[in-house]
Design a protein around this ligand. Structure first.
Ligand code: GDP
Ligand code: MG
Length: 416
């Protein structure tokens, strides 16, 4: 009986992986991940289901890349609320009376399956990936290899500045890699309680297997609940023993797929490039399942990846845009400081005027270097920025006073 991998089948049948898993679920077929294999028998059933769906015109469409055009076709909040039953309808604000409501006939002509009470779907965004692992296991080499082969070479006046992140172009779309040295990777995976990275790659050298920082990296990824992929590096070495790494991983309850578990283990060599394409493919597959989305039109928020002071330019901060869009001229608030963006460059060193979700940008305009992991928001103007800061300072003082008060009360209770 021959078997077929789920993602291969999805590709062959022209549906996305999420859809394929949905179908498998409805058929009651068990799987570990999209790289699991299923029986040839099942394929026939899946094809039948897809054919049926296509015939009845429901849900068979793939849901990859929601473009803005898609979003425009999705019902607007106004006509969504007009589809609500009266009991669900929220009391309309007085001003709504004067707003012309869409004609009932217009809504009645809509697809019966049009989602009711749901927000229009946000566009997909690129995955943000962090690489962690024991020292000398090849993190930097792997990033260098990907950067060398996947980042469009660009003459940026010959200056290659370290910006702590870069964007790789793959056949499956953009992947953003956070490129911070050593322990800073742990800060960027989970900064201020919010994840910066969507996916963690744990690099393990095939000639060394699990080491203290490997375990630490795995623990961090697990604590942050970030999906993990294991890259077993240095497979070009004669003494490489990838099978041993896989066996060792099972001792941490990370059971490789080949052993019936759901941990994806990809053998690679940062030296020869072997397996790197597979790794990128698995990253894209994982990202697809995570269904990462962000609103480029929403209010901006981001995180500081790194910052430094350049003697000539001043403070240079790399900011990862998470939501909304950043523009030159915007006011940014970090902690109790703010700055106005004087200039912005992409991770290739090219000047840009705006940047949407999952874009790392180097920003010029802060007066002081913000710390890695700090959250960044924007303000309409300088006045608004100062107000946000004043509020934060006052909140902080309140918290401090409350602490002092608690301490005093406690001391009084304890007596002299
Ligand atoms: P990091 O500390 O995890 O960033 O590790 P590095 O990327 O600095 O690599 C440590 C050493 O391992 C360097 O001497 C690299 O040249 C070497 N190295 C990294 N990847 C590979 C690989 O795939 N094959 C071989 N043979 N050596 C590698
Ligand atoms: Mg390194």
């Amino acid at each position: 009986m021959s078997k077929v991998r789920i993602y291969t089948l999805a590709k062959d049948l022209g549906v996305d992986n999420a859809k394929m898993l949905e179908i498998l679920d409805s058929l009651g077929v068990s799987y570990k991940s999209v790289s699991s294999t299923i029986e040839e028998d099942t394929v026939g059933l899946i094809k039948e289901m897809l054919a049926e769906e296509a015939a009845s015109g429901t849900g068979a469409a793939t849901s990859t890349d929601t473009t803005e055009a898609d979003a425009a076709q999705t019902p607007t909040p106004q006509n969504i609320s007009s589809q609500n039953t009266p009991t669900q309808a929220a009391p309309a604000p007085a001003t709504a009376q004067s707003v012309p409501q869409p004609a009932v006939t217009a809504t009645a002509e809509r697809e019966p399956e049009a989602p009711v009470n749901t927000q229009p779907e946000l566009p997909h965004r690129a995955p943000v990936v962090t690489i962690m692992g024991h020292v000398d296991h090849g993190k930097t080499s792997l990033l260098d290899y990907i950067r060398k082969t996947k980042v469009a070479a660009k003459e940026a006046g010959g200056i290659t500045q370290h910006v702590g992140a870069f964007e790789a172009r793959t056949s499956k779309g953009k992947i953003v890699f956070i490129d911070t040295p050593g322990h800073e990777a742990f800060t960027t995976i989970r900064a201020r309680g919010a994840n910066v990275a969507d996916i963690a790659i744990i690099v393990i050298a095939a000639d060394d297997s699990l080491m203290p920082q490997t375990r630490e990296a795995i623990a961090h990824a697990q604590a942050a609940k970030v999906p993990m992929l294991v890259a077993v590096n240095k497979i070009d070495l004669p003494q490489a023993d990838p099978e041993r790494v896989k066996t060792d991983l099972t001792t941490l309850n990370l059971v490789p797929e080949e052993y019936g578990g759901d941990t994806i283990v990809v053998p690679v060599s940062a030296r020869t490039g072997e397996g790197v394409e597979d790794l990128l493919e698995y990253i894209s597959l994982t990202a697809e399942l995570e269904d990462l989305r962000a609103d480029p039109k929403g209010s901006f928020s981001g995180v500081v990846i790194e910052s430094r002071v350049d003697r000539q330019a001043g403070v240079l901060a790399t900011v990862m845009v998470q939501e909304g869009t950043l523009h030159v001229g915007d006011f940014l608030v970090v902690g109790e400081g703010y700055g106005k963006i004087k200039a912005m460059t992409d991770s290739n060193g090219g000047r840009i005027k705006e940047a949407g979700p999952s874009t790392p940008v180097q920003v010029l305009g802060f007066s002081e270097a913000p710390a890695s992991g700090e959250k960044v928001v924007s303000a309409k103007n300088e006045h608004a920025a100062r107000e946000v800061i004043a509020q934060r300072a006052s909140d902080r003082r309140d918290a401090e006073n409350a602490r002092t008060q608690r301490k005093k009360t406690l001391e009084e209770m304890m007596g002299p």
